[in-house]
Design a protein around this ligand. Structure first.
Ligand code: 5GP
Length: 118
């Protein structure tokens, strides 16, 4: 089983407005804001407002709307950054590279021949 959700994680504070973020999309259940250390210009994060640590403990009923927001944001960043493609990634637990423990998807516009920053 997953560790418990930490209500003081940095994305929880962003959702509460305690830490500023550059929000580019918001609806009743989901929000998107720019990543503070982008791996490429336009690197955006999509989150559910509901408190899940990652996809392993997420309520399945929240996922259809969340993936629809992922698609909306992917289409928007593709257009806004004139991208050749869009990379979508999502990490679960430290062993898989997760560093912030509120479920989120990375949306990164990609251009032919241009590598991501590490
Ligand atoms: P993870 O490895 O957990 O999937 O990625 C967490 C992401 O959150 C990283 O890409 C990191 O740059 C981003 N991040 C960490 N702290 C902040 C913050 O305070 N604000 C924003 N906008 N992004 C953050």
């Amino acid at each position: 089983t997953s560790p418990a959700y930490d209500a003081n994680n940095i994305f929880a504070k962003i959702l509460k407005g305690e830490i500023p973020s550059h929000r580019v999309y918001e609806d009743e259940h989901t929000v998107a804001f720019m990543d503070v250390m982008p791996q490429a210009p336009g690197h955006t994060l999509v989150l559910p407002k509901s408190p899940s640590r990652n996809i392993l403990d997420a309520d399945p009923s929240a996922l259809p709307h969340l993936i629809t927001t992922v698609q909306k944001v992917a289409v928007a960043v593709q257009e806004a950054f004139d991208a050749d493609g869009v990379y979508i990634a999502q990490f679960n637990e430290p062993a898989a590279g997760q560093t912030v423990f509120h479920l989120h998807f990375h949306i990164i516009p990609r251009h032919e021949g241009i590598a991501l920053k590490p």
